[in-house]
Design a protein around this ligand. Structure first.
Ligand SMILES: Cc1cc2nc3c(=O)[nH]c(=O)nc-3n(C[C@H](O)[C@H](O)[C@H](O)COP(=O)(O)OP(=O)(O)OC[C@H]3O[C@@H](n4cnc5c(N)ncnc54)[C@H](O)[C@@H]3O)c2cc1C
Length: 460
């Protein structure tokens, strides 16, 4: 720790938001203290994005092995060795963790291991000492939520944290919540051989997505044998001899070895001194303005702790924004509508911008037009044996307002989708750009060509 415990910037929490802020601030010449009670990298690296995607990839390999004969390849699927899967997953996390620790050192950031608490507007107490900053960033993130009266015991009723550490493949699982995390685990477990049932109170899986994407995912999951109960709320769970029995408001019950609670994540702010220091809060979230400034001058907050999209790349962007704002670089506020969203299930769901329903609410029914390009017409998708659609929402005679994609590897197309959306491109402009053949990006090009009035591989 620096001799007098004084820094330009003190950051509480070393997850995506906190460390991104630390890296940018150090590059901009600030002295930075990064206080972290567990491991730098936070949820994303240790309990979120990276380990789930490693499991999903192992699931993809399992599916490919089972289906190898369809491609003329002789292979036998002999099951999942969960110890080996975990060692692969942990290896990926471990290497990235080492890399991050190296960057912390290389940028000369003072890493302080310990649980911190805000004791005044510019001071965090940690390990019995006070660390003071000209500015302070709160970045303590989030943890899995449960429902009132629903106890997560870590054994039969588990959260995503426990699910990532399972050393066996459950024979059957109930997943409470059909959002991103619920659908990703449903996908992994089904690939591993689990009998999966999702319970979702809203009428659709991934209910925040365009309804067309939800329906395509539901169809794909049904074909994969993933069961779901939609539009009826969960009403309780009880232990059975070897597992659990969940009840649904429509009177149905579902039994399984375990139940994963995936009903969202709540901010980590209780008992950390935020309110006492005068920081305005709303249901546990820290309230911020467009530059992530809290109600207390000199105190900022980023990531899952504030009520913006709970995504690692949003945390990165907010961390960078804060560092640049403090450095006086006058950065532009984040356009949250322009943030890409991906559910990495098999098939993937990826989207940008407004859904058709949101666009119609905003611009009026007649001012919005859509086109759905079916991946059945896309050569590369046929080769991969994936199906789905690229749906484009356009303002009539205007720019693209939203892009909604379902299909394996569609997450990789979201890069182009975000350029189209954020540059407010017109379909006829994108239609002029030549897409490589045979790639799945052609599906994007084809959708734009159709909207521009010159469809190529499109059936009526
Ligand atoms: C299963 C799962 C899958 C996900 N997949 C994706 C994905 O594919 N893509 C994506 O973009 N996002 C994904 N997310 C979301 C993503 O992980 C979060 O949005 C991101 O990690 C938030 O970053 P953060 O810095 O705000 O918080 P966190 O990453 O939660 O970091 C907060 C840090 O603060 C530390 N901390 C808390 N209190 C204190 C204290 N008092 N003193 C010191 N340290 C403290 C914690 O130990 C933690 O390291 C996923 C999340 C989950 C759970």
């Amino acid at each position: 720790m620096a001799g007098d415990n004084q820094f330009d910037l003190v950051i509480l929490g070393g997850g995506s938001g906190g460390y991104a802020c630390a890296f940018r601030a150090a590059d901009l010449g600030m002295s930075v203290a990064l206080i972290e009670k567990a491991e730098v990298g936070g949820t994303c690296l240790h309990r979120g994005c990276i380990p789930t995607k490693a499991l999903l990839h192992a699931g993809e390999v399992a599916d490919n092995t089972r289906e190898a004969a369809q491609f003329g390849v002789a292979a036998t699927f002999n099951g999942i060795d969960m110890a080996a899967v975990n060692s692969y997953k942990d290896g990926v996390v471990g290497q990235l963790y080492k890399g991050l620790q190296g960057i912390v050192k290389a940028r000369k950031i003072e890493f302080i291991a310990g649980e911190g608490r805000l004791v005044s507007a510019n001071t965090v107490a940690v390990n019995g000492q006070n660390v003071t900053g000209k500015n302070v960033v709160l970045a303590t993130g989030s943890v899995p939520k449960s429902l009132p009266g629903l106890e997560i015991d870590g054994n039969r009723v588990i959260s995503s944290d426990h699910a990532l550490k399972l050393d066996y493949v459950p024979a059957s699982a109930i997943i409470l919540g059909g959002g991103v995390i619920g659908c990703e685990f449903a996908s992994v477990w089904k690939s591993f051989g689990t009998d999966v049932t999702i319970i979702e109170g809203l009428p659709h899986l991934v209910p925040l997505e365009d309804e067309n994407s939800s329906k395509l995912l539901e169809r794909a999951f049904r074909r994969r044998g993933i069961k779901y109960e939609l539009g009826n709320f969960f009403s309780g769970v009880e232990y059975t001899e070897n597992g659990v029995r969940a009840s649904i408001a429509n009177g149905k019950t579902v039994e399984a070895d375990l139940m994963l609670v995936a009903v969202g994540r709540g901010p980590v702010s209780a008992g950390l001194g935020y309110e006492e220091a005068g920081v305005a809060m709303d249901r546990g979230y820290v309230k911020v303005d467009q530059y992530c400034r809290t109600s207390v001058p000199g105190v900022y907050a980023v990531g899952d702790l504030i009520p913006t999209l709970q995504l690692a790349h949003v945390g990165f962007a907010e961390g960078i924004l804060v560092a640049e704002h403090i450095a006086g670089l006058n950065p532009a506020p984040i356009d949250y509508d322009g943030v890409p969203r991906v559910t990495y299930s098999h098939p993937e769901v990826a989207s940008m911008g407004l859904t058709e329903a949101q666009a119609k609410t905003k611009y009026g029914d007649t001012a919005v037009k859509t086109f759905n390009y079916d991946l059945a017409g896309n050569g590369k998708s046929k080769i991969l044996k994936t199906s789905g659609q690229v749906k484009v929402v356009q303002q009539v005679d205007g720019p693209v307002l939203g892009i909604h994609m379902v299909g394996d590897r569609m997450g990789e197309l979201v890069g182009e989708a975000q350029l189209i959306f954020n540059w407010e491109a017109l379909p006829q402009e994108v239609a002029q750009l030549v897409h490589a053949h045979p790639t799945q990006t052609e599906a994007m090009g084809e959708a734009m060509m159709a909207l521009a009035g010159k469809p190529l591989h499109v059936h009526d």
